[in-house]
Design a protein around this ligand. Structure first.
Ligand code: EVA
Length: 605
């Protein structure tokens, strides 16, 4: 059980939230001895850096961009005197990949895992009506005992270097917003909601956890602010007459107001938006509100120029505008849970999210995208350290589901990306992860994981855990690319026929397919890497998708070009974007728009 609340910071009659975003003092710890020099009391130098942002792309020195180790941040924060008697928290949207927080030199929190929020309870540490020094030691090294997996090596220069088992740059630092919050001593800690449709009406069952014993009341307000239902108690049912459903690309949000009351006095009030919708997998269909949907959209990244993986509110807005323009209805948060603001936007815009935990790189290879196509096996789950990895993985699943369970946009959990699945040792590991997700999710949403190329119907030992089978397939790129694309199609159909023969009676979706394409390259006739080839690749893949009625979605890899580790397979990053990294369309964007706008929502339903 988590010992801090995952609720997004919001103000109310009883709550205060002050943004700590902005410039923070910053320094690197080249000798890993910051603590012995008492940096927890204040860090040296006068460099400053923006938060939220990845630290890497601001500097001109390659040693800094590639730095692996501890990064130190510092900020003086003012705690108002009126907050005395409240619970005071410093809340980090994320610290990649692990952090220790000190306030006024005293250790206040420690967190492992780089893509989910945590709080430091500083109630007993802070001085009121005064400035307090927050120092954060973030570490960005990769290991096989935490997700995402990779190695950290020492070079002949004695500098450390991260070697990811995954295909995105190891951006790190304080990449999401930081808040200073004040909560009443007795506060709302967690909220569960479950929707049920009954004809025109709906029932929203809820469960509220608080930190005390006073009674709870709950109100549901419609989009105009009218009260449409209410209920007393920590558990209850809100009966909504003529419910306005949250639908795909046609969202409707209610406001759920939870109060802790003491004889008319409000001890705490927390309001969050919810959407009334159901999600279910039935046979080969994915049903939202009982109606079939065909997913069209993207695998994405949080990635942009200069700020790297740092949450960028402008890029978020642009991305949603592009997704609407192109006729997408969904995306996967490959390969880690995204910033909370992105889910809030998806809730408002009616996009469907497959929410992915950062379990990527569970396949021992520095070029897994290549090696998996060759059938390489790595016995990843047979390591001595696997039990430690599993604990970190389960913890991330718990944090993700607790954080995201009330978003109407979240329709499925992706519990791993491209793990090794061909050895028996993977099976018990998967079972624990999938069981835990089911247990934690009050809405019992479908669970899935993205199957790598070598997880074929004859070799994969884990697909049975998935409620939706999600395939990452690169026929025509890593397998038989270019003029050989007709071979790729034959192999692709052969694999799909084998899946069909298993008669799993489950929906299949493609969570990845794509071809690297340089926005500068045109060639007639096509060659690989040209925009013309990206179009041929798309056409072949679409024809295969359209030939199987159990295929219920396509999420192309990737929404935009993104940064990776440098290497012979990557041209200053992965270029499979439908849009450039600057969010301008490649030619293929127009073809996708044409296709996606012509596909009915319930295609093959
Ligand atoms: C690729 N293939 O090769 C992608 C990777 C991605 O970027 C994969 O899941 O199989 C991975 O991360 O372009």
């Amino acid at each position: 059980m988590l010992n801090y609340s995952m609720l997004y910071p919001r103000e109310s009659v009883s709550r205060r939230a002050v943004s700590l975003d902005g410039m923070w003092k910053f320094c690197l710890d080249w000798n890993s001895d910051g603590e012995s020099k008492s940096w927890q009391e204040g860090i040296p130098g006068d460099d400053m850096i923006p938060v939220p942002a990845s630290f890497q792309d601001f500097y001109t020195d390659k040693d800094i961009r590639e730095y692996a180790g501890d990064l130190w941040y510092e900020k003086d924060i003012f705690v108002p005197g009126e907050w005395k008697g409240k619970q005071i928290l410093v809340r980090f949207g994320a610290a990649t990949h692990r952090a220790v927080v000190y306030v006024n030199g005293i250790k206040a929190a420690e967190h492992e895992g780089g893509f989910l929020p945590f709080c430091a309870d500083v109630t007993d540490i802070v001085r009121y009506n005064a400035y307090n020094k927050v120092v954060v030691k973030v570490n960005n090294e990769l290991t096989v005992t935490n997700i995402p997996c990779g190695q950290t090596v020492t070079l002949p220069t004695e500098k450390k270097m991260c070697k990811p088992y995954f295909d995105f740059f190891n951006y790190s630092g304080l990449q999401r917003s930081v808040w200073l919050t004040a909560l009443p001593k007795e506060s709302v800690f967690d909220i569960d909601t479950v929707n049920e449709l009954c004809g025109q009406d709906a029932k929203v069952s809820y469960k509220v956890r608080t930190t005390g014993e006073h009674p709870v009341t709950v109100e549901l307000l419609d989009a105009e602010g009218n009260r449409v239902a209410s209920c007393d108690g920590k558990e209850g049912v809100l009966e909504v007459k003529d419910a306005h459903l949250w639908k795909v690309r046609s969202a409707y949000l209610y406001r759920m107001v939870v109060r802790i009351v003491d004889e008319g006095e409000i001890l705490d009030e927390y309001a969050q938006e919810i959407g009334i919708r159901t999600v279910e997998v039935k046979g080969t269909s994915i049903l939202i509100n009982g109606e079939p949907v065909y997913l069209r959209g993207f695998g994405k990244h949080e990635d942009s120029d200069i700020v790297g993986r740092g949450f960028n509110i402008g890029v978020m807005k642009r991305d949603f505008e592009l997704m609407k323009w192109i006729g997408a209805n969904s995306f996967r948060t490959s390969h880690y849970p995204y910033s909370e603001e992105i889910y809030q936007m998806a809730d408002r815009e009616g996009f469907l999210i497959i929410d992915e935990v950062p379990a990527v790189g569970l396949f021992e290879s520095l070029m897994n995208f290549m090696d998996a196509s060759t059938g390489k096996q790595t016995a990843f789950f047979e390591k001595e350290t696997t039990p430690i990895l599993l604990q970190a993985h389960l913890r991330a699943v718990e944090e993700m589901i607790t954080r995201d369970k009330n978003h109407p946009s979240v329709i499925a959990w992706s519990l791993l990306n491209e793990p090794e699945t061909t050895s028996d040792a993977a099976v018990p590991y998967f079972k624990e992860v999938f069981d835990r997700a089911r247990e934690l999710d009050p809405q019992k949403r479908p669970r899935t994981f993205a199957l790598v190329m070598n997880s074929t119907p004859d070799k994969c030992k884990c697909y049975q855990f998935s409620d939706i089978i999600a395939l990452n397939r690169y026929y025509g790129w890593y397998v038989s690319g270019g003029y050989d694309i007709s071979t790729a199609e034959v192999l692709f159909r052969k694999e799909m026929d084998a899946w069909k023969a298993l008669d799993l009676n489950k929906p299949f979706i493609f969570t990845e397919y794509g071809a690297d394409t340089l926005s500068s390259e045109h060639k007639l006739p096509s060659v690989m890497w040209s925009q013309e080839y990206q179009a041929e690749y798309l056409k072949m893949n679409n024809e295969v998708f359209d030939s199987y009625d159990f295929i219920k979605g396509e999420q192309i890899w990737n929404f935009a070009d993104f940064q990776t580790t440098e290497g012979i397979m990557r041209v200053n990053g992965n270029k499979k974007g439908v849009f450039t990294r600057q969010r301008q369309p490649k030619d293929i964007a127009y073809k996708l728009k044409e296709r996606w706008e012509s596909l009915p929502l319930g295609y093959k339903g």
